[in-house]
Ligand binder design. Structure first.
Ligand SMILES: Nc1ncnc2c1ncn2[C@@H]1O[C@H](COP(=O)(O)OP(=O)(O)OP(=O)(O)O)[C@@H](O)[C@H]1O
Ligand SMILES: [Mg+2]
Length: 291
């Protein structure tokens, strides 16, 4: 799919949203158009791509951290991204999530949503969830309260005092607790969980927001072998229902979960293929695996 086609798609979607908003004047014009588009279920993946980056570059003080990067991901795919320290993996996630603006390039979510026109909170609302390396759960709250809060925050509930989970939300919370292996710890304070359990809780908090695309930056760093194995199971379960981009240095973890592996180096794609293919690539061995 060409950038022209993507831009045309975005123009059409916006025109359509404007038309809708005109017919519903009480709902607030252009803003209403965007919120209609923003429902995660409406990401247009008819072209077979949930994420599309083309020729993206960003420099920090003259240093090109991302250098003409092009990459795309299919809906439901679990894409692994590996590469040496400083390759630009985290910076790429910063660009996708609106934390960093690229100097040039195209970044699309589905074929109609131009992510460069949205800020960080809007991108989260659009259905892109991000997990940073360090767990960021509320240590003083219980596991249940953390999950409930993730839903409230996402829905923009102004007064949490009057917020009650409806039955569908309660069911989802129970299902997510099961998925993240924290059913038995639902009433525990998050601060008392192990490092791995905190990571799972944070993933659960993202799942409460039902993201289409999940970006996970070094999710198993600091985990025990058993926690790492359970995280691999978790990701394999999420695959298909969500699209995932996982950055990791742990090669045995990558081996367990990977289909296609993208190798980043110096801000662009050095190699891509199955893990066996990229591990056999001389350039990859030289810059990364052979260290
Ligand atoms: N905000 C910033 N200002 C200046 N330089 C930055 C900024 N963000 C990233 N960089 C630089 O860009 C390069 C890419 O960094 P990035 O954190 O994306 O690498 P990475 O692939 O995630 O590495 P690691 O595997 O160590 O996490 C590094 O040289 C880093 O120092
Ligand atoms: Mg990083």
């Amino acid at each position: 799919m060409t950038p022209d086609l993507l831009e045309e798609g975005a123009r059409r979607a916006e025109a359509h949203a404007r038309q809708e908003a005109q017919g519903r004047t009480e709902s607030g014009g252009r803003a209403a158009g965007f919120s209609r588009l923003a429902r995660p279920g409406e990401v247009d993946v008819t072209h077979g791509r949930i994420l599309y980056l083309e020729d993206v570059s960003v420099s920090f003080d003259g240093f090109k951290a991302i250098n003409q990067l092009s990459l795309d991901i299919a809906p439901g795919e679990l894409r692994c991204v590996i590469g040496p320290n400083g390759a630009g993996k985290t910076t790429m996630m910063d660009i996708i999530t609106g934390k960093t603006r690229p100097d040039q390039g195209t970044v699309f979510f589905g074929s109609t949503i131009d992510l460069l026109r949205h800020n960080e909170p809007e991108i989260a609302q659009l259905g892109i969830g991000r997990k940073f390396q360090k767990p960021t759960v509320f240590e003083q709250l219980s596991v249940f309260e953390n999950l409930e809060l993730a839903l409230k925050t996402h829905k923009g509930v102004a007064s949490s005092l009057f917020f009650r989970l409806d039955s569908a939300q309660s069911d989802r919370l129970a299902e997510i607790l099961h998925t993240i292996h924290l059913e038995a710890s639902v009433a525990r304070m998050a601060g008392n969980l192990s490092h791995g359990q905190k990571q799972w809780l944070e993933i659960g908090m993202l799942l409460m927001q039902d993201p289409k695309l999940l970006l996970l930056d070094e999710p198993v760093a600091g985990m025990t072998d058993e926690e790492t194995a359970r995280t691999a199971e978790l990701f394999l379960k999420l695959k298909g229902q969500h699209s995932l981009m996982v950055v990791e240095h742990d090669m045995s973890f990558i081996k367990t979960i990977s289909d296609i592996v993208t190798v980043l180096c110096d801000g662009s794609v050095l190699a891509q293929g199955t893990l066996d293919q990229v591990q056999a690539d001389e350039r990859v061995i030289e810059v990364y695996l052979g260290r």
